[in-house]
Design a binder for this molecule. Structure first.
Ligand code: ZN
Length: 397
């Protein structure tokens, strides 16, 4: 039996790879011709670094950052969802006030880099904006919120953020909050709180895509059941590949797809974490990096980047990442899978570690036999379909 199954695997491989590769369209041409969006760009956090500009070219090996305008151009990334990320703090009035101030600062930083570079970036608020912005030669900036903790207990704050451009939001990050239980937090509400349920309805009413990445399975189930519009996982993975709380089991992924949703495949949590003694030893110093004189700071950043390169978080490489993407495609079909690699939020794998390298993804999808039209669904069509449906549902409310 063992020999037979090996033989079967080998035959499938000879059928799939060489023939598909021979007939595959030119990957560079396809990549340049399609609309590409990543649904979880944590890059706005880099705007806190003194002197760091989105329009300058950086290198992951020098400062660990993964996305900027020159590397987006080189990698052919048209844009994505730029994240207002807020650390989870205490669930009390002071915590909410501090989180709100932080989130507003980050939102303004996003608006500021768009306003300062109108030839290069444009704020997008509708599904139909993306193609127009790309056609004008600009990069697409949708705004999303990772952790809705900053909204506090006043759900009308969501509308204030919507008015300022917010179009995707997740209730939680690593820690249960006033809205929902997190994958990495205590089970306090058994899923969504009453406020969390009101948050789902308000997101539906306004036309904000609900992002269930980081939400506990119970919260995911309840958001999926309650939401009148499809929901998304902006950066999550399949549990079948690696049993990690941040990944979802097949039944949940199928339920997501059945409701029209999409999983944007994360590059994190696809294999076990490895020890990182040098990286861990530098963490405390990194906390104070922003206050160091420029030359000391640059030296520390370089040391940090070298340690990160020498000690990757896990053994996940490009092939493993694509294995996760293909797994989701095989399970759900091409209409329910996309790309959300968690750039500048801990993502990146061996062989795919900054945004300039993403043409490799298109190349691998084409080599697997996907048509250019299906590749474009994965890169942008699916998330934009969800967004258009969210808009349609909101218009009825
Ligand atoms: Zn995240």
């Amino acid at each position: 039996m063992r020999h037979l199954s090996l033989l079967a695997t080998a035959c499938l491989a000879c059928l799939a790879s060489p023939l598909a590769a021979q007939n595959a369209p030119d990957a560079a041409q396809v990549h340049a011709g399609i609309l590409t969006l990543d649904t979880h760009l944590d890059s706005p956090a880099n705007l806190d670094q003194p002197g760091w500009k989105i329009t300058d070219r950086h290198d992951v090996l020098h400062d660990t950052t993964q996305v900027d305008l020159p590397r987006m151009i080189e990698g052919g990334l048209d844009g994505g969802f730029w994240v207002i990320y807020t650390d989870q703090g205490p669930n009390d009035a002071r915590g909410y006030a501090a989180a709100l101030a932080h989130a507003l600062k980050r939102l303004h930083q996003i608006h500021d880099f768009v306003a300062a570079n109108p030839q290069s970036f444009a704020l997008a608020t509708k599904a139909s904006d993306a193609a127009k912005i790309a056609a004008a030669g600009q990069r697409i900036v949708y705004v999303s919120m990772e952790n809705s903790y900053p909204l506090g207990t006043d759900i009308t704050n969501l509308e204030a953020f919507y008015q300022l451009g917010l179009r995707m939001a997740g209730p939680v990050h690593n820690g249960t909050n006033q809205l929902a239980d997190s994958t990495n937090g205590e089970a306090v509400h058994g899923g969504l709180s009453d406020l969390g349920r009101a948050w789902v309805q308000e997101a539906n009413r306004l036309g904000i895509i609900i992002d269930a990445s980081h939400a506990a399975d119970s919260s995911f189930d309840q958001m999926l059941a309650l939401s009148a519009a499809p929901i998304i996982l902006s950066h999550s993975g399949p549990k079948a590949l690696h049993d990690h709380p941040r990944n979802l089991d097949d039944a949940r992924l199928k339920a997501l797809a059945a409701r029209g949703g999409v999983i944007q495949v994360n590059s994190l949590f696809l294999s076990p974490d490895r020890p990182r003694p040098t990286v861990d030893a530098l963490r405390e110093q990194m906390e104070t990096a922003a206050s160091l004189p420029p030359s000391e700071r640059a030296a520390l950043m370089k040391q940090w980047a070298e340690a990160n390169a020498a000690e990757p978080r896990s053994g996940t490489d490009f092939d493993r990442y694509m294995q996760a993407v293909f797994y989701c495609i095989d399970l759900l079909g091409v209409d329910h899978v996309g790309i959300g690699a968690d750039w500048d939020g801990g993502g990146g794998v061996i062989g795919l570690n900054q945004i300039s390298q993403i043409p490799r993804i298109t190349q691998a999808l084409l080599a697997r036999g996907l048509s250019p039209a299906d590749v474009e669904k994965i890169w942008s069509g699916n998330v934009l379909r969800v967004m258009a449906e969210v808009e349609r549902v909101a218009a009825l409310r």
